[in-house]
Write a protein that binds this ligand. Structure first.
Ligand code: SAJ
Length: 415
């Protein structure tokens, strides 16, 4: 039985470790965070994700998955650590470097090393590969095998998509690609395609950049439609009836740890200036400021206004608030000394206060809907209307039924 060591027990590492452990591998999941290790060793995943707890407990109970702070000698090493963006819009590869440093003393002839963390093209070869080769004297592709295997899973559907999404894996040579493919074939039901290291690194970035550019176009359409007095949502709905058109939705900005970050990685080491990709990033980054200006316009004549924000996560129905555009708006409101009351029944790790719905709405002058969690569908609009001082609703997601809101006496504002 082959042994796999996975570094980084986060959103990707932990589910992947469980999958491999339940598919016949002996897996050791390593993390540098003692809180995460303790939680996992107490039988509780630290991530909320459908079905994760079940597959985690199955792997632990079968004795196939072990969680630890230390590396163990293995046949396969998989790096799934974060690659955040630094202040200069460059990839912070410090976690990839330290993970490579951690395994470099263990990698032996015939082993396979896989990088799964989203990274700028060239990272697997020039960073991971070089750190190991320099230390061990082993040549990548000859003495040990090296591959990049990006994931494509959607938060909220991670377990389902890990099994059912097609994958593209890139090796430093054909043998590396084939060995990496074999690892993922143990639990992936969809096709797995092989290519070069740098192509697979770029494919991952291109996917998220495509989405970012598409959303930027939708956001630009929304600005232009405002000038023409056209409802952008209706316009997009009709345009998407064309068999080859699929415009995404405008909104209050693009958040999360993927789409708002990955396009910058493409631009990191290139000479080309003035790219479409950068312009689109800027359009999407400007959204919370545009929404905030409109919001101040709605409440400009109200003395000491109280604003209620519904939903502060980076998107609907997830608890993650990383890079959420809502945090930008809250900051803008705080800067202007406006009272902000947040209501979000599923957000986790928010440093500010989250109120219950009645407290958040009592005497409010504006309800700003930032993300449309399914839970908000159960809200009693009659009660909302009775609690608010001024019945203004600014719906940035086209979530509410505009006509219904008007029937309840609300002033409706959309994008
Ligand atoms: N958003 C819009 N309009 C839309 C769609 C999304 O404004 O029409 C906003 C969302 O509100 C959110 C952000 O964009 O703030 C990103 O949301 P998302 O659902 O598009 O993407 P993520 O970040 O949750 O997951 C993406 C996925 N990539 C693609 O769909 C190409 C996922 O498959 C990737 O695995 C993930 O990034 C990742 O880890 O890279």
């Amino acid at each position: 039985m082959k042994k796999v060591c996975i570094l980084g027990m986060g959103y990707i590492g932990l589910p992947t470790a469980c999958m491999l452990a339940n598919s016949g591998y002996e897996v050791i999941g390593v993390d540098v965070d003692n809180d995460i290790i303790n939680k996992l060793n107490n039988g509780k995943p630290h991530i909320e994700e459908p079905d994760l707890e079940d597959i985690f407990l199955k792997a632990i109970d079968a004795g196939k998955l072990k969680i630890s702070g230390n590396i163990e000698k293995s046949d396969i090493y998989i790096i799934t650590v974060p690659t955040p963006l630094n202040k200069n819009n460059k990839a912070d590869l410090s976690y990839v470097i330290s993970a490579s440093e951690m395994i470099k003393d263990y990698v032996n002839v015939g082993n396979l090393v896989i990088l799964e963390s989203t990274s700028p093209p060239g990272t697997t070869r020039n960073l991971v590969g070089n750190i190991i080769s320099k230390r061990t004297g082993l040549v990548a592709g000859k003495d040990f095998y090296l591959a990049f295997c990006p994931e494509r899973v959607l938060p909220g559907k991670i377990i389902f998509e890990l099994v059912n999404n097609k994958r593209v894996v890139g090796g430093i040579n054909e043998k590396s690609s084939e060995l990496a493919k074999e690892v993922y074939s143990s639990f992936v039901k969809a096709d797995i395609y092989t290519t070069t290291l740098e192509t697979s690194e770029f494919v991952k970035l291109a996917e998220n950049t495509y989405r970012d550019v598409n959303i930027a176009l939708a956001n630009e359409f929304s600005e232009i439609c405002n000038e023409y007095n056209i409802n952008v949502w209706e316009m997009i709905k009709f345009a998407n009836m064309h068999p080859r058109v699929n415009i995404l939705n405008p909104g209050p900005g693009v958040g999360g740890h993927c789409i708002a970050i990955d396009p910058w990685f493409i631009l990191e080491n290139i000479n080309k200036k003035d790219t479409l990709i950068e312009k689109c990033r800027k359009i999407n980054n400007s959204r919370p400021f545009i929404i905030s200006e409109r919001m101040f316009d709605i409440i400009k004549d109200i003395k000491n206004p109280k604003v209620t924000i519904f939903g502060i996560t980076y998107k609907e129905n997830v608890g993650d608030i990383r890079e959420s555009p809502a945090l930008v708006i809250i900051n803008e409101l705080n800067k202007k000394g406006t009272d902000v009351f947040v209501y979000d029944p599923i957000a986790i790790n928010y440093k500010g206060k989250i109120y219950d719905i009645d407290e958040a709405l009592a005497g409010s002058d504006l309800l700003l809907l930032f993300v449309g969690h399914d839970k908000f569908k159960e809200i009693n609009l009659n009660k909302v209307a009775s609690l608010m001082r001024n019945k203004n609703i600014f719906d940035t997601r086209n979530f509410f039924d505009k006509k219904l809101l008007k029937d309840f006496g609300f002033n409706y504002f959309g994008i």
